[in-house]
Design a protein around this ligand. Structure first.
Ligand code: IPE
Ligand code: IPE
Ligand code: MG
Length: 246
């Protein structure tokens, strides 16, 4: 039998340009250890560090992390305070490291609900890292896909009412240009950890043709090998965009 082997010179397929992750399972990670949920969130922040570094080294251009949803405001006040505290710490302590590694930071979401000091830290971090090109790290904070779509629709309506736009000019490009992600390509690969298989209001418009990978791994345990596994699964998919199989 003749075994087919790939030629040694075969170049590996390029990584997906944009990977988006629903970082889920911090609470269950903590619960399994008899720890408070905050302990899971803290360990989750370490997984963020590992994953960002791995994404940069793998040559991924955009990494979007779902850190806090519009609906997460419904959690107990103490947990929201803890999560905002961790976000503050991350922005204060990690941005110089991101900058050193050529990473650009972007935040998407409803910033009006974030505190003034966090908004100031975001402005500072985005400005400092704006010219970096190794990787764009997009943090989705106070983010909801439906809210984003409604907001885009409202902006289009306002422009039409003001006479700056004709309804006939509203197409997919015009709509996408009014989303938080206007200058960011759509995600190619969307990963959700913790075994849940739902989208939870994440990138509803942008994920139209994303490949989904679900893993049982809880977010605090996530790292380079899991990202590599997901990318490997992605490479095994045939993306059709509605066309006939090739
Ligand atoms: C993800 O972990 C972090 C956020 C949603 C902010 P969870 O806090 O949702 O953890 P589980 O799903 O309860 O395990
Ligand atoms: C989605 O996780 C939001 C983030 C990871 C930030 P949730 O834990 O909030 O989602 P549900 O409630 O299980 O759908
Ligand atoms: Mg959860």
């Amino acid at each position: 039998m003749v075994m087919e082997t790939a030629p040694l010179s075969a170049t590996p397929p390029p990584p997906p340009a944009h990977v988006a992750i629903i970082m889920d399972g911090n609470g269950r990670w903590a619960k399994a250890r008899g720890l408070p949920r905050t302990a899971g969130h803290k360990r989750g922040a370490e997984a963020v560090r590992r994953t960002v570094e791995a994404a940069r080294e793998m040559g991924i251009s955009y990494l979007t992390l779902y850190a806090f949803s519009s609906e997460n405001w419904k959690r107990p006040a103490g947990e929201v305070t803890d999560l905002m505290g961790l976000l503050r710490l991350y922005l204060r302590n990690e941005v110089s490291n991101l900058h050193k590694n050529g990473i650009r930071l972007r935040v998407i979401g409803d910033r009006t609900r974030l505190s003034a000091d966090i908004n100031a830290l975001i402005d500072e971090s985005e400005a400092k890292t704006a010219a970096n090109t190794a990787l764009t790290l997009v943090l989705a904070l106070s983010y909801g896909g439906r809210q984003e779509i409604v907001c885009a629709a409202r902006r289009l309506a306002e422009e039409v009412a003001a006479g700056r736009l004709s309804p006939a000019d509203i197409d997919e490009t015009a709509f996408a240009a009014r989303l938080f992600t206007a200058d960011i390509p759509d995600p190619d690969l969307l990963i959700r950890t913790s075994g849940e298989q739902r989208i939870s209001n994440f990138l509803l418009w942008q994920a139209a043709y994303a490949e989904f990978v679900f893993t049982e791994v809880l977010w605090p345990d996530f790292g380079r090998e899991h990202l590599e596994e997901a990318v490997c699964a992605f490479h095994g998919r045939e993306r059709r965009y509605g066309a006939a199989p090739g």
